[in-house]
Ligand binder design. Structure first.
Ligand SMILES: Nc1ncnc2c1ncn2[C@@H]1O[C@H](COP(=O)(O)OP(=O)(O)OP(=O)(O)O)[C@@H](O)[C@H]1O
Ligand SMILES: [Mg+2]
Length: 318
């Protein structure tokens, strides 16, 4: 990434490590991050994917200055996460899909509390709190106690709170966790709007592959504290050599199909369908069609499917 101008990078992490010590005499050690290097350009929506315990929340927390790394260097918005933490905190924010605020606080009090942490007060603070309450459709819950809110409402409060300082960079840790599908769609749309309208850089974690594919310009796969792959969803699929699936209904089924050039594997998919994975559909489909014609094989149906991001995840998480 040396060719990319440093000011274009929102995040530039090199060999970041973090080990948690817990238990008796702090003897139990968990290496949560084992040398993470990650570059994210400004204005991007970046998705961090990985299995449970991979280190996603730890990495986000370090980049958001909530945890101090043990080793390596992490620069965020051009500032060092450890040395320049105070200056950096004003310019970013983070929301968790598992938000926890003091149970007895009311919605407007929570948002105002965080506003004060960023130095807002008086009429300016009130205006900002009112605007966020309205934007997140929390008006009728303004005086509701936090512990009385549903999961979806709690998440809305967490998002509203995270925007109190107009951050340039927003970290979202599983922003759609446990939300109804229609609410998830709205959250995703909102995240896309924040980037489009305000040029905000957004780094999110998710377990939902469709969310990552739909929303993120680039995706990073993290496992056991290491980034295993990074790129666009398409690039990752190509890189993994997953191939495209050509689904066929043929009469009769030719014996040579699995051995044809460029065919990686063939499986029976039920109901007469054969799923053939090929390396390059634009080359292989015409080749196969010509061979079928030559041998008098009738093609009753044909569909070409892109590989799913889920398959990349399963391969990498193995
Ligand atoms: N405060 C802590 N004390 C001790 N160990 C911790 C602490 N926080 C995280 N860990 C451990 O560090 C590792 C990484 O955890 P982390 O929460 O970053 O994973 P994650 O990718 O966010 O997982 P999930 O998908 O379940 O949210 C795990 O093994 C976890 O148990
Ligand atoms: Mg997590």
């Amino acid at each position: 990434m040396s060719s990319v101008d440093a000011t274009r990078l929102a995040i530039d992490a090199r060999e970041v490590t973090k080990t948690f010590r817990s238990g008796w005499f702090r003897r139990r050690e968990t290496a949560a991050l084992r040398g993470v290097s990650l570059q994210v350009e400004r204005g991007m929506i970046f998705g961090l994917l990985g299995p449970n315990g991979a280190g996603k929340t730890t990495l986000l927390s370090i980049l958001a200055t909530l945890l101090v790394p043990d080793g390596g260097v992490a620069r965020v918005l051009g500032l060092d996460v450890t040395r320049d933490a105070t200056a950096l905190r004003r310019r970013l924010n983070m929301a968790s899909g598992r938000p926890s605020f003091l149970w007895s606080l009311r919605v407007d009090e929570i948002i105002a509390f965080y506003g004060r942490l960023y130095g807002l007060s008086g009429a300016r603070l009130r205006r900002q709190v009112d605007a966020l309450i309205e934007q997140y459709e929390l008006t009728s819950y303004r005086k509701a106690q936090y512990n009385e809110l549903s999961t979806g409402l709690k998440q809305r409060v967490a998002l509203a709170k995270a925007l109190i300082n107009d951050p340039e960079l927003l970290f979202l840790d599983e922003p759609t966790l446990g939300l109804d599908p229609d609410v998830s769609v709205r959250v995703r749309r909102h995240v896309a709007d924040l980037r489009r309208e305000q040029g905000m850089t957004i780094v999110l974690t998710t377990h939902y592959m469709r969310e990552a594919e739909e929303l993120c310009d680039e995706i990073g796969f993290i496992k056991a504290g290491r980034i295993l792959a990074q790129g666009t969803a398409d690039a990752l699929k190509r890189q993994m050599g997953l191939g495209y699936v050509v689904a066929l209904k043929l009469e009769p089924r030719p014996a040579w199909l699995a051995e044809a050039p460029g065919v990686l594997r063939c499986v029976d998919a039920g109901d007469g369908w054969i799923d053939c994975t090929v390396d390059d559909p634009e080359k292989r489909v015409p080749e196969l069609l010509r061979a079928f014609m030559k041998e008098g094989v009738e093609v009753r149906n044909l569909q070409v499917r892109e590989p799913e991001l889920e398959e990349v995840f399963v391969e990498l998480a193995r």
